[in-house]
Ligand binder design. Structure first.
Ligand SMILES: [Ca+2]
Length: 114
């Protein structure tokens, strides 16, 4: 009985399956490359509303993004020295992407542009 339970649980490990935790009209952020290690999902985002996920403890961790909204996203980094958000990456509608190393693990906010 114990052996059967182990077999059923092992293949479902969340960290081994890419691009999980994202359905339609969502912004999904991942700690790892290629949609691994899901970080947080924002469902039904409002147009042109900045989601400051750094305030929720998810800042400086995003490595890949899946945009299942029908609009482009803008990803921002907070520059504490001048107290402004800096645009670091645009992400097209429907795009799954791993961020370029120059903007890896610095994003603090995201906005759906429409
Ligand atoms: Ca940052």
């Amino acid at each position: 009985m114990i052996a059967l339970i182990d077999i059923s649980v092992t293949p479902a490990s969340a960290t081994t399956e890419n691009w999980e935790w994202c359905q339609g009209n969502e912004i999904c952020l991942y700690d790892g490359a290629n949609g691994t290690n899901h970080l947080v999902t924002y469902a039904d985002p409002t147009c042109n509303h900045l989601i400051n996920f750094g305030l929720s403890g998810y800042g400086d961790r995003t490595t890949s993004v899946w945009n299942t909204t029908g609009h482009p996203l803008r990803l921002y980094n907070w520059l504490a020295n001048i107290k402004e958000f800096s645009l670091i990456q645009g992400i097209g509608a429907g795009v799954q992407m791993t961020l370029n190393p120059t903007v890896d693990n610095i994003a603090d906010a995201v906005e759906m542009a429409c």
